[in-house]
Design a protein around this ligand. Sequence first.
Ligand SMILES: [Cu+2]
Length: 171
Amino acid sequence: MKKRQIISILGSVSLSFCLALDMSAEEMMNHNSSKESHQGFQTIEQPVALRVAIAIGGLSLMAAQLWWFLGSKPKAQQAEIQDGVQEVTITVDGGYTPSLVTVKRGQPVRLQFDRRDPSSCLEKVLFPEFHVAEDLVLNQTTPVEFTPQTVGIFQFSCGMGMFHGAIAVEN
Ligand SMILES: [Cu+2]
């Protein structure tokens, strides 16, 4: 829910930003052309380069937003039960995939963190609610185990809180 709000705020802010830029460009052009007619100047160039720059800027901003929106969509995955343990493999590469894992309450969970990202940012994974702080070895799979006792959504993150994932505990 929070993420959606951020997206909509970001969207409206950048949209108004684009509109404001476009309007100011238009204004400048109108201003220039009125100058032309009043003073008879023919040599004032229209700021074509400026217009193009604004168009490119706006488009790339929109593309960035789209990428961010699509890229940050959580990919939910239900843990599979094997020998009474709910197990799921999470790939650690520029974030966590899946970033949302659904598990059942009261049953042991084993998350297999497959770390492929050499960035030191992702060398630790923290589960504050489950009192877990695990070091992830590069190019290895590190299991994280706990048994969720309460229903809810519990976040996990890298050591610095830059990348996030969540465990949804259901009845
Ligand atoms: Cu980090």
